[in-house]
Design a protein around this ligand. Structure first.
Ligand code: UDP
Length: 212
């Protein structure tokens, strides 16, 4: 059966994800799907808008979401499920996953991601290059890691949190995990030493709320 996979988001992250998809699904045809692009082609692959993608005659059609904004991912998943389009997971070939790791659907694990042992991760998790999650972490749905996030042991990250590039999160304990609240944003290079409230934006070392 001819398989077509659309990389949803013909932008920077889309260009980074396409080679991972190509490696993981070598028999599939690939293209980009984008609702905002004026271009017809990117890095040698066709770009379709969503409606045009739906009308392509393939028996097995699916998408991979290459969009960092978790709210957009949630919106696109609802749209794709209405049209019975599966949202695939992608895992780079050198990802390291140890024991008892549970991970939800639609996840993206870029090169050099490490998930150690006894970790639970919800759906639509995105880990950009060089990020790790250590033992006993619990990660919610639609959580996004920029490159090189260090998420140490016993940390709980709630839904839709965004962790910026190079952030380091101090480990919690089994009795008192360190908590990053729902929808919180941890800034680039932040060193998080204590809980972050839901919806808060924290920056710096040690990380403190950003007053905007
Ligand atoms: N996009 C889309 N449909 C949507 C929202 C976004 O096709 O409903 C596309 C948008 O046109 C852009 C890409 O997704 O090309 C998102 O790119 P952006 O640079 O914002 O994010 P990144 O690549 O950094 O995740």
């Amino acid at each position: 059966m001819q398989q077509l996979i659309g990389i949803y988001g013909a932008s920077g992250f889309g260009r980074e994800l396409l080679p991972l998809v190509r490696e993981q699904y070598p028999k599939a045809s690939l293209c980009f799907v984008d609702d905002g692009s004026e271009d017809k082609e990117l890095n040698g692959y066709k770009i379709y808008n969503y409606e045009d993608y739906l009308s392509l005659a393939y028996q097995d059609k699916s998408v991979v979401l290459a969009i960092a904004d978790s709210k957009i991912r949630e919106f696109l998943i609802a749209k794709c499920s209405k049209n019975n389009l599966a949202v695939l997971s992608v895992k780079a070939s050198n990802t390291i996953v140890l024991d008892n790791v549970e991970i939800g659907e639609g996840s993206v694990l870029c090169h050099f991601t490490q998930l150690t042992s006894n970790i639970k991760i919800g759906k639509q998790f995105h880990a950009n290059i060089y990020s790790y999650i250590a033992h006993d972490c619990v990660i919610g749905d639609y959580v996004t890691f920029a490159p090189r996030v260090s998420c140490n042991g016993n940390i709980h990250i709630h839904d839709h949190a965004y962790i910026g590039s190079g952030a380091v999160i101090k480990q919690g304990t089994p009795d008192k995990p360190l908590i990053i609240g729902k929808g919180a944003i941890v800034g680039m290079g932040a060193v998080v030493t204590k809980d972050v409230a839901a919806g808060a934006v924290v920056v710096g070392n040690p990380a403190r709320p950003l007053n905007r």
